[in-house]
Design a binder for this molecule. Sequence first.
Ligand code: SF4
Length: 327
Amino acid sequence: MYHDNGRGGRIMGRVEALLRFPELSEELWRKADASFPVRITRSWAERIQDLADPLARQALPDAAELVADDQDIVDPVGDRLRRPVPWVVRKHPDRVLLLMTRRCHLYCRYCFRRDDEGPEDPSPEELARALDYVRVSGARELILSGGDPLAVSDARLFSVLDAVRASVGHVRIHTRAPITAPFRVSAELVEGLRQRGPIWMLVHCNHPDELTAEVRAALARLSDAGIPLLCQSVLLAGVNDDLETLVRLSEALLSARVYPYYLHHPDPVPGNAAFRLSMERGLELHRALGRRVSGIGLPRYMVDPPDGLGKIEVAEWVRAGGRSPVE
Ligand code: SF4
């Protein structure tokens, strides 16, 4: 877990959440938390209007996540088929992905890694082995992922970057922290990343209401330090599966100097069935979005199939009858 106990801190604890949202059941909270942790930042909670709010839907537990679905797939993106050493995923020769932690500031209820069980953090030996792998991998790009790589301390993050800096051409950080926990984007973090560039940051934002003034200020601190910002969104039923929301999201991201890079089809992990929609509906929305926003505002609509071969355009996947091209 992110180490902030919520008593006057930045995380809203269960008791406070149940007072704030009295329609929530404590029993449901406990059951959901046992299957995938429930954790919400105060910053996020302040943006929620009511339980029907798309931001509430992403973060608060729902009874639907406790029900198994016929379409559920364990490890829906095939990560576990591609782990040469613990905490490393390798799907492409030129890229290597390091899972820095399983912790996040806020646990998104649709998370595609919600069934990835194990310790919260690599042991010192596991981390050393993972870094050794990265150094000799021949990959030009290192992707820091998780969990959220910004859920670890600056000291750990910087030590990882320093350990591999000479071995890879550039680093990508995949993080939702600037959106869910904008307080994490401190001056020290930004300066430390600036010194260790070139670093690209892929943030994860699904709805325009996530981009409050506090979030936009955090994003501006990163942009001003020369860190290019791209966004990965997930297309989620009941959150952003309507054209007007997607148009507003694209415009809000561009205004915040964030390139809307990917729109992901939701991965069918056990527990997230209520967030899924058909690819036909997704393609229809994506085509309509293309008629409403400029080229730089249109994300690529992608799916990460269970075969572990990596992401592919949904349109291509559908044309191929649901098969990935062989590498
Ligand atoms: S921030 Fe990312 S890894 Fe963490 S719960 Fe959300 S989707 Fe999953």
